[in-house]
Design a binder for this molecule. Structure first.
Ligand SMILES: NC(=O)c1ccc[n+]([C@@H]2O[C@H](COP(=O)([O-])OP(=O)(O)OC[C@H]3O[C@@H](n4cnc5c(N)ncnc54)[C@H](OP(=O)(O)O)[C@@H]3O)[C@@H](O)[C@H]2O)c1
Length: 310
């Protein structure tokens, strides 16, 4: 198997992808990039090649990618300001023997989409296409995990879910399904120069998801409709920064409100109402639903309700 270099290998997505590739017997083929190699000592012990690399120090990336033929470029976390970081990784890959770049993009990168995440993803896709490498775009929908497991306990604790989506729909997807698609694409032939919108199986609005959360947690989560200004005020009150700040989290989540308010608008305007069967096409099994994620984490969500005295 061609060697695969993975950026963001110490993150949630990267760890899951690495686990799955190792389970398939590819440990010796993996080169894992991190700014802190000590974080990946366990991977070294599993047979992976752990290397130092920093998107913000392009000069570190040539040595980091050398020897790989495929790159899994997991998008960085600095939403709205990732293009120079991604460019550094793409340039290093193209100049040092990588033949095929797999990039974790976003479900709809069309120019009119107001979600600011699309700017980075659209520009990065263009850079990858221009690099001379073959490309595969894994265009992930909104992770259900982020909404249900990260934000969900806050909705349950307060009993309210503020939104400006106005009934708009999206087909949230399990992060693990996205990772399974990446692993399939990386280890099968025939995915050159293809883009896959990777979504969950159902397009749902937040009213429907709030009802599922209420039912399973045992605590009513009421959807409260507001507008963009109301959303900013809500996020400001929670202490969430407007712009991304590296390695800063609020309630354990690395979020910023410019990203989230524009995301809600994108749902409201219908840009994320996209539902495909690409998980099944890539992995041979159906995508799992939001309801299945809620059911699989029912105890955790019930505990969030109990913690509030419900
Ligand atoms: N579709 C969605 O709903 C959704 C939701 C959440 C995230 N995402 C996407 O998934 C991506 C990965 O998320 P995650 O949860 O795995 O992130 P995470 O757990 O926060 O991990 C971030 C990773 O980025 C790496 N990194 C950060 N700054 C870097 C730099 N300057 N140079 C090199 N590496 C750097 C870190 O590596 P080291 O610290 O080891 O250097 C770490 O491995 C996100 O960035 C985002 O694009 C999508």
């Amino acid at each position: 198997m061609a060697r695969i270099v993975i950026t963001g290998a110490s993150g949630q997505y990267g760890r899951m992808a690495t686990d799955k590739l190792i389970a398939k017997g590819f440990a010796d083929d993996l080169i894992l990039i991190t700014r802190t190699p000590a974080k990946l000592e366990d991977r070294e012990a599993q047979g992976c090649d752990v290397r130092y690399g920093d998107f913000d120090k392009p000069e570190t990336l040539a040595d980091a990618v050398r020897g790989a033929e495929k790159m899994l470029l997991i998008s960085g976390t600095r939403v709205g300001a990732r293009v120079p970081q991604h460019k550094a990784a793409i340039d290093a890959a193209a100049a040092n023997g990588v033949k095929h770049i797999f990039y974790t993009s976003f479900v709809n990168v069309e120019e009119n989409n107001p979600a600011i995440v699309t700017i980075d993803h659209r520009e990065t896709e263009n850079l990858v296409k221009k690099s001379g490498c073959a490309w595969t775009f894994l265009r992930d929908a909104h992770y259900a995990d982020a909404m249900i497991l990260n934000a969900g306990p806050g909705f349950i604790a307060s009993g309210t879910w503020f939104t400006s989506t106005d009934g708009g729909r999206e087909a949230m997807v399990w992060r693990e399904d996205c990772v399974d698609c990446a692993v399939a694409a990386l280890t099968q032939d025939g995915h050159e120069n293809k883009a896959y919108p990777i979504t969950g199986p159902n397009s749902e609005n937040f009213e429907e998801v709030a009802a599922m959360l209420s039912k399973v947690s045992g605590k009513e989560v009421k959807l409260v409709e507001t507008n963009d200004e109301g959303m900013y005020a809500h996020f400001d009150a929670l202490g969430i920064p407007r712009e991304p700040i590296d390695d800063q989290t609020v309630a354990g989540i690395p979020w910023n409100s410019d990203d989230m308010v524009s995301f809600e608008r994108s749902i409201r305007e219908g840009y994320l109402d996209i539902c495909t069967d690409d998980v099944e096409k890539l992995t041979g099994r159906k995508a799992r639903s939001v309801r299945e994620l809620i059911d699989a984490n029912a105890e955790f969500l019930k505990q969030a309700a109990r913690d509030t005295g419900a």
